[in-house]
Write a protein that binds this ligand. Structure first.
Ligand code: LLP
Length: 421
């Protein structure tokens, strides 16, 4: 459920006509709905009502400070994968004791920063990393709270690029080795074992993979108990899919049921790391039609947003619905929606049934609140677009559009280019 709806053929975000925002801030821009974000978070936590839990929003999906602040204010925790996300999280007001840190490649600087900040736990992904965190904690005369991220070898049945819980993926430590990992961790003086973690993939549209992962983790926890190793936090990661087009992911209730089915220890705190399901359908990308072009083989709608602004269609062949901001005709066409970048992979949609738009019309690329702006780049020296948030009948720019000067900020001309040779 989201708050992007038509009133008299005009697309609104909550109570603001999107046309008005486009006039004020120009195009393209990402647009987020406060009411949708809040509603998604509250619905997610309600599905786990009565459960000893901590919901840690997965920052990587959308790190805009306004989005982070909104979740922090609601009492949410944060799942991070870099020092930069930790910086943003603290700036937005997340409590360090509600922050978990995953990722296979944590650098010294990032580990120290997290130790000094006092986060809840590191989700450790290799033996090397475990030993290294121990050393960094020793240097800082502290103890690092850790969970081992286990790889339960479960097929999440999603796009291979975002599948993370299979043995061939780089993530986590396999189940058998994890036992050795825990034994080693409990021998290290500057490591404190507090949890167990897994994250099997993203945009998962069935409940079964979650259920299978949980069963594996439960078995491992029982084994650890036998070895006298106590686990306080069970982190089940994120991954619940959303509807972009025809997908039918489990409802929040079904998802919660799959995860809670085997949980019977009230002392164990469940941690969840939802990203996409909280923000995906709470955002759109608004773009203007620059040109129409009837090719020999295709009809092209050329818009002012490209693959540098929204990479998902190019990278994963992902589907995003594309709606006219002002419905003016019932006439449909079949066209490729393409951007201004010099690559044939620069498309937002291929052979799409869509409104018969003309130069100047506005299009809304739906469900782009997750992994949209955060994956954008300056490719082809295109300034990053603006981000806007709506609350009821108000809107505000929450990240201003970059300008040409921003593009060269930090670049310097070395002296050896000035000697005329
Ligand atoms: N926890 C960990 C450790 C993760 O790596 C991720 C996502 C999440 C939680 C959140 O997963 P979610 O609930 O959003 O599925 N760029 C891709 C998605 C990459 C996901 C990476 N990890 C896309 O655009 O589909």
């Amino acid at each position: 459920m989201h708050h992007f709806t038509y009133k008299d053929n005009q697309l609104y975000c909550e109570n603001v006509p999107i046309v008005e925002i486009a006039e004020a801030v120009g195009t393209p821009f990402y647009l987020y709905s406060f009411a949708t974000l809040k509603r998604h978070y509250l619905a997610f936590t309600a599905a786990f009502e009565g459960v000893n839990k901590l919901v840690c929003y997965s920052a990587k999906a959308n790190t805009n400070l306004a989005v982070l602040k909104l979740f922090a204010t609601l009492g949410c925790g944060l799942d991070i994968v870099s020092g930069g996300e930790l910086y943003r999280g603290i700036k937005a007001g997340f409590l360090p004791r509600k922050i978990v840190y995953s990722g296979v490649g944590k650098s010294d600087h990032e580990i120290d920063y997290a130790l000094e900040t006092g986060i809840l736990m590191f989700n450790v992904e290799s033996f090397d990393e475990l030993e290294h965190i121990n050393l960094r904690a020793l240097r800082l005369k502290t103890q690092a709270p850790v969970a081992i991220r286990v790889n339960p070898d479960v097929d999440p049945k999603t796009h291979p690029y975002i599948s993370t819980g299979l043995q061939k993926n780089k993530f986590g430590i396999d189940m058998q080795a994890a036992i050795e990992g825990y034994k080693m961790a409990s021998r290290l003086d500057n490591i404190k074992v507090v949890g167990i973690d897994c994250h099997i993939g993203s945009q998962i549209t069935e409940a079964e993979p979650f259920d299978n992962a949980l069963k594996s983790l439960k078995a491992l926890m029982n084994e650890l108990k036998r070895l006298g190793i106590t686990i306080r936090y069970l982190d089940m990661g994120g991954g619940l899919g959303i509807t972009y087009g025809s997908e039918t992911p489990p409802s929040l209730g079904e998802y919660a049921k799959a995860i809670l089915a085997d949980l019977d220890d009230p002392d164990l705190q469940l941690i969840l790391e939802p990203g996409r399901v909280l923000v995906g359908n709470a955002g759109i990308l608004v773009s203007r039609v620059l040109y129409r072009k009837l090719g020999v083989a295709k009809d092209f709608v050329i818009v002012d947003a490209g693959m540098n602004d929204l990479l998902r269609p190019t990278l994963y062949n992902a589907y995003h619905a594309i709606e006219p901001v002002e419905k003016s005709t019932e006439n449909l066409i079949v066209a490729d929606v393409v951007g201004p970048i010099c690559e044939s992979a620069d498309f937002l949609a291929i052979e799409r049934n869509m409104a018969n738009v003309k130069r100047g019309d506005l299009l809304a690329v739906m469900s782009t609140g997750a992994y949209g702006y955060v994956m954008s780049s300056n490719y082809c020296s295109r300034p990053r677009v603006a981000e806007v948030m709506v609350r009821d009948d108000q809107f505000e720019v929450v990240k201003k559009r970059e300008n040409y000067k921003d593009l060269v900020t930090g670049e310097t001309l070395p002296a050896f280019l000035n000697d005329g040779r």
